[in-house]
Design a protein around this ligand. Structure first.
Ligand code: ZN
Length: 596
C-alpha cells in the first residue's frame, strides 16, 4: 500500500532552544558557557606547559567549548534568517562574538605553550591513545605558532588590525551601501537601485535590460573608483606589511588555511588553461543561440529561454525526487535525506520576511543540521536543496569524530554539497520533459562550471598580480582597472565582446580581510567533487563507503594526503584534474550535439 507522506516546509529549531530569540534556555546556556570559558582561560594560564594529563583535559574542554558556541551561533543564525525583522539577534551575535574571541585567545595561548616542549617530547604525546586521533590538528595548531613573531609584536598586530585591516573591510560595506544605480528595471521604469538589486538586473533574460544596467553599473563604479582604490590599497597594504614581518609569501596564508600545496594549485590552473578550447566552443554556440556575434560580459550567464513551460515539482515531489536519485548512488544518503525531511530539518517556505539565499548549519551537540532556503519548485531550487543536503550529510558522517577533527577547510567544504548537486542536476536533465527543457537544464549546469574555469580564474590572476604590484606601492584606479581587464581577457582567452574592468570594486570577495584569495577554493572544490564523481565511475560495485570514508577524513589531514589515501591520486599531478575536467567537457559535447 502506498502511504501518502507529507513533508513540512518549515523547520523545527525549538528542539534545540525553546522560545526563539528570547529563549530562556539559550540565556542559561550563554551564562553557563561564559563561566566554563572563564575557568578554561584560567586553567590554560596556570598550565606549566609540561603536565600531560592537564593538557589532555584542556584539549577536551577546548573542543566542548567550541561545540557549545557553535551550537548557539547556529541557533541565532537560524531564527534571524527565518525572521529578518528580529533585531535582538544582533545583540546575541555580539555576545557570541566576544565569547569566541575569548576562546580563540585561550586556545592560542594553549598552543603557544606546547612549543615549550621539545619536538621529540611533543611527538611522543601525539602518539598516546588520548591524542593520536587528533594529532594532525594539534600539530597544526602548534606549527602555526612557530610562524608568528614575538608575543608583543603579535599583540600589536592584532590590536592594529581592528582599525587598520578589519576596519577597511567593514568600510567597503559602508561604501557599497551608499551606492545607488539609476537604471531601467524589467518593467521599463526608471528606478534608483542598490548594488544588490542592480546586480540581479545584470542576469536578466532581457538583452536590453541587462546591457543597459551593465552600462550604468560600470559607469557608477567608475565614478567612485578613487574611494574603492584607497580602500583596497590600504587593506592589502596592511596584509602585506604583516606578511613581510612574518616573512610570508603572498600565497602562504591562503594555502595554509586550505591545507594545500602550491604545486596542487598550479596543477589545477594548468589543466584548466589547457582545456579552454571546448569551453570557448560552448560560449560561441551560446552566442549564436542568443543571436549575438560574440558574448558580452553580461551575456555569459544570461539564461536561455527556449521554453516557457518549465516543469515544477511540489516540495513533496522535489524531496522524493532527491531521495530516489540519492539512493541510486548511496542508500545511506537517501535514508539520511528522508530522515531530514521527516524530522523537519528544512525551512523552505516561500514567504516574505525571510532572508534571501540558502545555507546549512550544524548543531554539533545534537549531531543534527538545519537547512535554510526558499523553495519554488524549479529545477534550480531542487539542486539547491540537494546541495544543502550534501552539506548536512557531510556533517552527519562526521558527527562521531572528535570535534577538533570536524573543522574542514574552505576548499573541501563544498565537496559533499557539489557532489549531491551533480547527482541531482544530472538526474533532472535525464528526465526533462522536452528537448528544449533538456538543453536549458544542461546549459544551466555547464554555465555554472564555466564560472569556475573563467571568472574565478580571472579573479585569482588579478588578486595575485595586484598583491605583487602592491608591494611596490599603491596602485591607481587606472592601474587596477587594467589589471582586472587584462586578467579577464586572459582567463576568457579574449573571447568576449566586452569586459568588466571595475569588477575589483563590485566584488565583495576582494575585500575580505581574514580569508585572502577567496576565489580558487571554489574552483578546487568544484573540480575535486567532479574528480570524485569520475573516480566513482571507474570503481566496480558500490562506492558509498569509500565516499563516506573520504568525507570523514576531510578535517584531519592535508588535502593531498586525503586524495592520496582515499583516491590513490597525486593532486600535484594533472591526471586527477584532467579526469574531473573531462566530466564537464562531456556535458559540453552533448550540448553542442543537441544544439547543432
Ligand atoms: Zn555550499
Amino acid at each position: 500500500m502506498h502511504v501518502e507522506k507529507n513533508y513540512s516546509l518549515s523547520w523545527d529549531i525549538d528542539s534545540f532552544f525553546k522560545g526563539g530569540s528570547h529563549s530562556a534556555e539559550l540565556q542559561a546556556k550563554l551564562e553557563q558557557t561564559s563561566k566554563e570559558l572563564a575557568a578554561f582561560t584560567t586553567a590554560v594560564s596556570e598550565w606549566d606547559g609540561q603536565d600531560y594529563t592537564v593538557f589532555t583535559e584542556l584539549t577536551s574542554s577546548y573542543a566542548n567549548l567550541g561545540m557549545a558556541t557553535f551550537q548557539m551561533g547556529s541557533f541565532v543564525e537560524c531564527f534571524s534568517a527565518a525572521d529578518a525583522s528580529d533585531t535582538y539577534s544582533d545583540t546575541l551575535l555580539n555576545r557570541l562574538g566576544s565569547l569566541n574571541a575569548t576562546l580563540q585567545n585561550a586556545s592560542n595561548e594553549l598552543s603557544k605553550k606546547t612549543t615549550l616542549l621539545s619536538d621529540e617530547h611533543w611527538q611522543q604525546w601525539l602518539e598516546t591513545d588520548a591524542l593520536k586521533e587528533i594529532a594532525f590538528v594539534l600539530d597544526e595548531l602548534r606549527t602555526n605558532q612557530t610562524f608568528l613573531l614575538s608575543d608583543k609584536e603579535e599583540t600589536l598586530i592584532n590590536n592594529l588590525s581592528v582599525d587598520g585591516y578589519a576596519g577597511w573591510s567593514a568600510h567597503y560595506d559602508t561604501l557599497v551601501h551608499s551606492m545607488r544605480f539609476d537604471v531601467v528595471n524589467e518593467q521599463g521604469e526608471a528606478v534608483s537601485l542598490s548594488a544588490g538589486q542592480t546586480d540581479n538586473l545584470l542576469n536578466s533574460a532581457n538583452y536590453d535590460v541587462r546591457h543597459n544596467a551593465f552600462k550604468v553599473w560600470e559607469q557608477t563604479w567608475q565614478e567612485k573608483g578613487a574611494l574603492f582604490a584607497d580602500t583596497l590599497n590600504h587593506l592589502i597594504g596592511f596584509r602585506l606589511a604583516k606578511y613581510q614581518a612574518r616573512e610570508w609569501d603572498i600565497l602562504d596564508e591562503s594555502l595554509r588555511l586550505n591545507r594545500l600545496e602550491e604545486a596542487t594549485l598550479n596543477s589545477i590552473w594548468d589543466v584548466v588553461s589547457n582545456n579552454k578550447a571546448p569551453v570557448l566552443a560552448f560560449l560561441e554556440r551560446k552566442a549564436k543561440m542568443l543571436n549575438l556575434d560574440k558574448l558580452g560580459w553580461v551575456d555569459v550567464e544570461a539564461p536561455l529561454t527556449l521554453t516557457d513551460t518549465q516543469t515544477t515539482l511540489t516540495f513533496q515531489e522535489g524531496a522524493e525526487f532527491i531521495e530516489e536519485h540519492f539512493a541510486k548512488f548511496s542508500p545511506k544518503m537517501a535514508e539520511f535525506a528522508r530522515n531530514a525531511f521527516e524530522n523537519n530539518w528544512i525551512e523552505a517556505e516561500d514567504r516574505d520576511n525571510k532572508r534571501p539565499g540558502g545555507f546549512c548549519t550544524e548543531f554539533p551537540e545534537d549531531g543534527e543540521s538545519r537547512i535554510f532556503m526558499t523553495y519554488d519548485g524549479s529545477a534550480n531550487t531542487i539542486s539547491t536543496l540537494a546541495h544543502e543536503l550534501g552539506h548536512a550529510f557531510h556533517s552527519h558522517v562526521m558527527r562521531d569524530q572528535s570535534p577538533l577533527n570536524r573543522d574542514y577547510a574552505m576548499n573541501v567544504a563544498e565537496t559533499a554539497s557539489t557532489f549531491a548537486e551533480i547527482l541531482i542536476s544530472d538526474a533532472a536533465i535525464k528526465v526533462a520533459a522536452s528537448k528544449e527543457e533538456h538543453i536549458q537544464l544542461l546549459e544551466d549546469k555547464i554555465q555554472r562550471s564555466v564560472a569556475f574555469f573563467m571568472n574565478i580564474h580571472s579573479r585569482f590572476l588579478f588578486e595575485k598580480r595586484f598583491h605583487k604590484a602592491r608591494l611596490d606601492g599603491a596602485v591607481t584606479v587606472e592601474g587596477l582597472n587594467k589589471l582586472m581587464e587584462d586578467a579577464q581577457k586572459e582567463a576568457y582567452v579574449d573571447s568576449l565582446k566586452d569586459y568588466h574592468p571595475t569588477f575589483w570594486q563590485s566584488k565583495l570577495h576582494f575585500y575580505i580581510d581574514d580569508i585572502p584569495f577567496y576565489n580558487y577554493p571554489y574552483t578546487f572544490g568544484f573540480l575535486f567533487s567532479a574528480g570524485i564523481y569520475a573516480h566513482a565511475g571507474t570503481v566496480e560495485g558500490s562506492y558509498e563507503d569509500a565516499y563516506i570514508a573520504l568525507l570523514q577524513d576531510t578535517g584531519s589531514m592535508t588535502t593531498e594526503e586525503l586524495a592520496q589515501k582515499h583516491l590513490n591520486v597525486d593532486l600535484t599531478k594533472p591526471d586527477f584534474w584532467q579526469a574531473a575536467v573531462d566530466i564537464i567537457l562531456k556535458d559540453i559535447d552533448e550540448f553542442l550535439e543537441l544544439t547543432k
